[in-house]
Design a protein around this ligand. Structure first.
Ligand SMILES: N[C@@H](CCC(=O)N[C@@H](CS)C(=O)NCC(=O)O)C(=O)O
Length: 195
């Protein structure tokens, strides 16, 4: 199966991590969602990641892809029933952190005259609330097995570090120590994004 992806996309990284955890082989096809002329015909959202199965079946977005890979692969589910409302809610925070971080980055690369200061402030404020929320809910993360809330938190924080630096660590010492510990895990270590 093929994954239309990009090297710095946090959502593609999420799929990559799940594929490693579940021993699924993915053939990655680098796709620039802003420039690709083929992508709109494959995904009307014109976004990556997209999963294409050998029979041509196409799936998006990253949550759908990760659920498919989880079922198709081996080993314990990364979407367990136990505690699901709590971990799914926590996963939403990690996903939202990546969303806000990507939105801020898209503003940063625009010419200054095209940037929206209110939008950038809004994204920065959301990112700050999310990291504070993850720090406050630290006990839930600390106790978690390998699961989608852990993967989404690492994905979100990884994109923040790639694009906006690691200043968040100073104000969130427990989350920062947890994050650095998680980076030793093979699937996280193997997928650290490089800009
Ligand atoms: N909710 C989507 C988000 C995917 C997404 O934002 N992808 C970005 C790349 S990181 C993209 O394709 N952006 C293209 C655009 O905004 O036009 C998912 O989880 O897959």
């Amino acid at each position: 199966m093929k994954l239309l992806s990009g090297p710095t996309s946090p959502f593609a990284r999420k799929c990559r991590i799940v594929a490693i955890e579940k021993s699924v082989t993915l053939e990655e096809i680098g796709t620039n969602p802003f420039e690709s002329t083929e992508l709109p015909g494959i995904n009307p959202l014109k976004m990556i990641p997209v999963l294409i199965l050998d029979d041509g079946t196409t799936m998006y977005d990253s949550d759908v892809i990760c659920r498919y890979l989880d079922q198709a692969g081996e080993g314990p589910s990364l979407f367990p029933k136990a505690d699901r409302w709590a971990w799914m809610t926590r996963a939403t925070l990690g996903h939202g952190l990546a969303d806000a971080s990507v939105a801020l980055q898209l503003q940063k690369v625009l010419p200054e005259s095209d940037q929206s200061a209110p939008l950038m402030d809004k994204m920065r404020a959301r990112m700050a609330r999310i990291t504070a929320g993850l720090e406050a809910d630290f006990a839930g993360l600390e106790a978690a097995p390998m699961r989608m809330d852990v993967i989404c938190a690492v994905m979100g924080l990884g994109h923040v570090e790639l694009r906006h630096g690691d200043t968040w660590r100073a104000d969130h010492p427990m989350l920062a120590a947890w994050y650095l510990g998680q980076l030793e895990h093979p699937s996280f270590k193997a997928t650290i994004p490089v800009g």
